[in-house]
Design a protein around this ligand. Structure first.
Ligand code: SF4
Ligand code: SF4
Length: 354
């Protein structure tokens, strides 16, 4: 019996499930004619009620990545720890899994989300072609992350290289984005998908997420990067399925590619991109401030000096970087800065704009 996998690889964009919804009648007919069962998330009640009884099995979709690996999936489906063939030495007695998207649409084409843009592409393509199809220019891109199960960053020098699309999500890290924060989000996604049944996948993943969260919150320490370097290879070897293994690979690859940004976060508590709120400084631009006082009212630290009609000024010694002034300003006059700070007056001066 073959299981046809419609579990989501990207919870926000469950490509295979979307395609199944569009092709339910055809899928039900094919199940009757072929020796297969559809593996669908239990939460997709609309799909479950529309399919004939006996044509499907359901699974908990709170850790969807596990189902991209047939041996791991087979174990989890019966309530056991994932045990991939590399560990168990056999796949005997395991129902093979095939991709639901491939079963429905063939292997030549692939639907993928590039950010929020839905792109239908040749399965064999390049990152440059993919970005073009999504209307994203390549000039301002720092790197592209090909989601699970590929789990790899591609930097601009390799945008022209051939890739085989297997993931549902492609994340674009723009030139102005913080790579550390982007990696933090990616690893958080992995940890959400972890089934929690092996120590290195679960605890190792928790450690990696905590290190990245600290780095972005200004609580990083020099030793954190060595901890990632030590932990990643052990996790890659010891985690029981590809979720933990690939999470480790992503952390190690990110550290290789974006080492300078990681270093700046943990050693100097700086975010070079100027986007991690706890690591940036806040400034009020003379060219935009109308002296309305909204920021001054919002600041609970009395860190802003100003009066009506005067450009307000932030006292960097008193500012705790909470970002409330940025949210309060109706003119977009409050900006954040990383290494490069805008020029601002030391004390309030009459406004140039009204
Ligand atoms: S970031 Fe917070 S503490 Fe700093 S000036 Fe703005 S409101 Fe005040
Ligand atoms: S920075 Fe914004 S909120 Fe503060 S006084 Fe200027 S325009 Fe008003």
């Amino acid at each position: 019996m073959t299981l046809v996998n419609f579990m989501p690889l990207d919870r926000s964009h469950p490509v295979a499930l979307e395609l199944l919804r569009l092709n339910l009648g055809e899928a039900a007919q094919r199940v009757a004619a072929e020796d297969v069962r559809l593996l669908v998330p239990a939460s997709a009640t609309d799909v479950v009620t529309a399919l004939p009884e006996g044509s499907f099995v359901t699974a908990d979709d709170s850790f969807g990545f596990v189902y991209a690996n047939d041996t791991a999936a087979a174990r989890v489906l019966v309530g056991e720890k994932p045990l991939p063939s590399a560990v168990s030495g056999t796949t005997a007695g395991v129902d093979p899994l095939v991709s639901g998207e491939e079963w429905l649409c063939g292997s030549e084409r692939k639907v993928v989300y590039v950010g929020d843009a839905r792109v239908e592409s040749a399965a064999q393509t390049t990152v440059a072609e993919l970005l073009g199809a999504a209307g994203v220019g390549t000039d301002d891109v720092k790197a592209v992350y090909l989601g699970y199960p590929t789990c790899s960053f591609v930097v601009p020098a390799h945008f022209g290289d051939a890739v085989t699309l297997a993931c549902d999500e492609v994340r674009v890290i723009g030139a102005g984005d913080c790579a550390v924060d982007a990696v933090r989000e990616i690893l958080d996604g992995f940890h959400r998908e972890c089934c929690g049944r092996c120590v290195f996948g679960n605890e190792g993943g928790h450690q990696l997420c905590a290190i990245l969260a600290d780095a972005c919150a200004g609580k990083g320490q020099d030793a954190d990067l060595d901890l990632i370097r030590d932990l990643a290879p052990t996790m890659a070897e010891q985690a029981l399925c590809e979720v933990g293994q690939r999470m480790a690979h992503v952390a190690a690859q990110a550290l290789d590619l974006f080492g300078d940004e990681f270093e700046a976060h943990v050693s100097r508590h700086q975010c070079p991109a100027g986007t991690c709120r706890a690591l940036v400084t806040y400034h009020i631009l003379v060219s935009r401030c109308t002296g309305c006082g909204e920021c001054l009212d919002a600041c609970e630290e009395d860190a802003i000096e100003g009066k009506a009609g005067f450009v307000h000024v932030i006292d960097q010694r008193a500012c705790v970087r909470c970002g409330k002034c940025l949210d309060a300003c109706p003119k977009g006059a409050v900006v954040t800065a990383g290494l490069k700070k805008p020029k601002t007056p030391p004390h309030p001066i009459p406004c140039r704009v009204h």
